[in-house]
Design a protein around this ligand. Structure first.
Ligand SMILES: Cc1cc2nc3c(=O)[nH]c(=O)nc-3n(C[C@H](O)[C@H](O)[C@H](O)COP(=O)(O)OP(=O)(O)OC[C@H]3O[C@@H](n4cnc5c(N)ncnc54)[C@H](O)[C@@H]3O)c2cc1C
Length: 392
């Protein structure tokens, strides 16, 4: 099945493709293609190239430096970016807190933060989860108590990705412990250099620092750093998650990975591997699942763009997109067999034991397992689909 795009969309795709050909450093694209981590300076440089074209945050409002793109346009853009193996931009700033500041921020907050995010001058991390509050986020306990023009924040956040390199963190705190869960929560923008913040690393399967626990010990935060009204932070947090809810299908990422599986299978066959018909069948099945996912994503995005309500259906995209990417990884691993065994040769300071394309496959496979949990676990998505989509 092929989804037909109109002429304007086709021209847009060509424009994006030409832009990446002319501006993306081929050495950086090669690293992304092989699954290696991208250096900060390369990520910054690519962000600035996009920003100079007005494409760093095209989904933001025009008044804030964006392009006000429709969801469909953003979807097509993401697919072209992944196809070119462009580095992904820092999501916490561009996709989470940026749009929230654009919507809820005061004039001063917008002027202070948005240009810095767009130009990669300031990076962010997300402080939502706590040791006792993950899926049930509203039971969070980190507290902010008013003291003159400041809050005094005490508590801890966990699984905070990239906290060690972030300049700022956005956190949810209780500002009123008397009212019921969601009502007394506020959304604060906090400088990571504030006295009283301690960051402890949490290492991932490959020895890399993927997360952190961030402790707040009487941290002074100006009241002017509250985004939205005090005690109404839950609405900001829900809107922030809502911004990303429609982009959870991972169609672009899956499509890039499908291209990679296809390429690697071709190379293995050229080198004499007898992979047998089962591999081709699995590849065809992944392709069919991807096309079904893409069609569902496009259906929901176009409904949203035409002013329709979306409800709980993005939970299906989240579930299916994360399962598909994990099955792509499994097929990749099956094809390259033991050459895919080193978890992370860069981290281990060893040369790859086989072809370069096999080197980071196990790393990708384990990394993508986290997609089952991050952004709302599969069990929680199943509950939502059962209740709100299927009405069970
Ligand atoms: C790769 C990765 C990056 C992350 N980055 C960040 C970050 O930057 N900032 C941040 O704040 N958080 C981050 N997180 C944390 C993430 O948001 C939480 O892990 C997630 O919300 C789940 O919470 P939890 O770990 O406390 O698990 P819990 O909520 O305790 O869940 C434990 C288990 O119980 C199941 N479960 C829970 N509730 C139900 C229910 N009602 N019905 C059925 N089953 C249920 C879950 O599915 C899970 O299997 C990240 C997580 C991952 C994996």
């Amino acid at each position: 099945m092929q989804i037909k795009l109109n002429n304007e969309d086709r021209l847009f795709r060509e424009e994006v493709s030409t832009f990446t050909q002319n501006n993306l450093d081929p050495a950086v694209a090669e690293r992304v293609k092989l699954g290696y981590y991208v250096d900060k300076e390369d990520e910054v440089s690519w962000t600035r190239s996009l920003n100079s074209k007005g494409w760093a945050a095209p989904h933001w409002p025009e008044a804030c430096g964006g392009q006000d793109w429709s969801m469909i346009r953003r979807h097509l853009f993401d697919i072209e970016m992944r196809k070119a193996h462009a580095p992904t931009l820092q999501g916490f700033g561009f996709n989470m807190v940026g749009p929230a500041i654009a919507k809820y921020g005061t004039t001063e907050q917008r002027a202070e933060y948005l240009p810095k995010i767009l130009n990669a001058d300031q990076s962010w991390c997300q402080g939502y989860s706590e040791p006792q509050a993950g899926s049930d986020l509203a039971s969070l306990r980190t507290q902010a108590v008013g003291d003159g023009d400041d809050y005094i924040v005490t508590g801890s956040k966990i699984w905070t990705s990239a906290a060690e390199k972030a300049d700022m963190i956005f956190i949810l705190v209780k500002t009123d412990i008397e009212t019921k869960a969601q009502l007394g929560i506020s959304f604060l923008l906090v400088d990571m250099k504030s006295p009283g913040i301690l960051i402890e690393p949490i290492l991932a399967f490959n020895g890399r620092r993927l997360w952190n626990q961030v402790f707040f010990d009487d941290v002074r935060v100006p009241k002017g750093n509250c985004l939205g009204e005090e005690n109404k932070g839950w609405a900001v947090a829900k809107n922030l998650l809502g911004n990303e809810r429609l982009m959870v299908s991972r169609v672009a990422e899956n499509r890039r990975l499908l291209g990679r599986v296809t390429d690697i299978i071709r190379q293995e066959i050229q080198q004499g591997s007898d992979l047998g018909p089962a591999v081709e069948q699995k590849l065809a099945m992944l392709d069919i699942r991807l096309q079904a996912l893409d069609a569902t994503a496009l259906r929901l995005l176009s409904r949203f763009d035409s002013g329709g309500s979306i409800g709980a259906e993005p939970s299906m995209l989240k579930l299916k997109g994360s399962q598909l990417i994990q099955d792509m990884d499994c097929l990749l691993f099956e094809v390259v067999t033991y050459y895919g065994l080193p978890l992370d040769s860069v981290q281990a300071e060893r040369d790859p034991i086989g072809p370069d394309y096999a080197d980071m496959i196990a790393n990708g496979l384990f990394h993508h397992r986290g997609y089952t949990i991050a952004g709302g676990s599969s069990e929680v998505q199943h509950n939502i689909i059962a209740k709100l989509v299927l009405g069970l």
